[in-house]
Design a protein around this ligand. Structure first.
Ligand code: CNA
Length: 249
């Protein structure tokens, strides 16, 4: 085990209120591409504007043809060692863990983390833009796979997944809870996010000066210089190794 992993294990052992701020890089080891890596969605499949609210309202068929094909990969994705390690810190080691995630894939919830705040919403449910009816996004899949925009059977309105698009407000209550957790934290671990998307990227600024900061991200982030520990490697392996070491005592 290297000394940085030892130091992370010690931090996990020594702190009680731990916040993880995670992004799309948290899920690449589960097979879901991120946005901004060289193999990410923007480089390979589409551009940023497909997740823009006005673009969706004008051309929902474009979103469903491109982006939903990709998000469909989330249906079968499973949590990896990193998601499980975060859940274990709460469930096995009794830490007060809050996961603030920009991800819409529910892998933290699937791994068993008890407190997950999805600041960018979830892809699990969708809403009709005309009558506000809710649907499980899975149930809309046959339409999408048949090349149709999913519509409500009664009113004909277009369904939109409950993910926060560029141009939409973040859910205020979830964001407030995330802020409270950040202000109380002893340790903040920022993992798998380029920190390019606001207001989520501003959340680390709410931490106390006494809060330790760890960054785990394969490419540089604006917070690297402030971190007491910085890993430029795969988050699943790093968190999995640190928690395994904590378990081994
Ligand atoms: P991003 O801008 O694509 O950044 C991801 C970061 O993760 C990059 O800096 C990568 O270098 C890094 N990275 C990739 N794989 C790993 C790894 N295995 N270990 C460590 N670091 C890694 O994504 P952000 O989350 O910062 O951007 C916010 C957007 C992306 C949010 O609105 C998300 O909803 C959206 N998104 C979510 C998912 C998902 O739910 N899984 C997938 C794609 C995009």
């Amino acid at each position: 085990m290297n000394s940085a992993t030892d130091a992370l294990t010690k931090l996990f052992g020594a702190t009680q209120r731990i916040v993880f701020l995670t992004g799309a890089g948290m899920s690449t080891e589960s097979g879901i591409p991120d946005f901004r890596s060289p193999t990410g969605i923007y480089a390979t499949l589409t551009s940023e504007d497909v997740f823009d609210l006005d673009a969706f309202l004008a051309q929902p068929e474009r979103f469903y043809a491109l982006a939903m094909r990709l998000l469909g990969g989330m249906r079968d994705a499973k949590p990896h060692a990193g998601h499980l390690a975060i859940a274990a810190l709460a469930r096995e080691f009794g830490k007060q863990v809050t996961v603030v995630t920009q991800n819409i894939d529910s892998l933290h919830q699937d791994a068993g983390s008890p407190v997950v705040l999805p600041v960018h919403g979830t892809w699990e449910t969708s809403h009709c833009l005309r009558c506000n009816a809710t649907a499980a996004t899975r149930d809309l899949w046959p339409s999408v796979e048949a090349g149709r925009v999913p519509r409500h059977e009664n009113c004909g309105g277009v369904f939109k997944p409950d993910i926060v698009f560029f141009g939409e407000m973040l859910p205020a209550a979830v964001l407030a809870e995330a802020g409270n957790a950040l202000r109380a934290a002893d340790l903040l671990v920022v993992a798998g996010t380029s920190l390019q998307v606001y207001p989520a990227a501003a959340l680390p600024g709410l931490r106390r000066s006494a809060c330790s900061l760890v960054v785990i991200n394969q490419t540089p982030t604006p917070l690297d210089a402030q971190a007491s520990l910085h890993f430029a490697g795969p988050v699943g392996e790093i968190l999995g190794a640190a928690v395994a070491q904590l378990r081994a005592g």
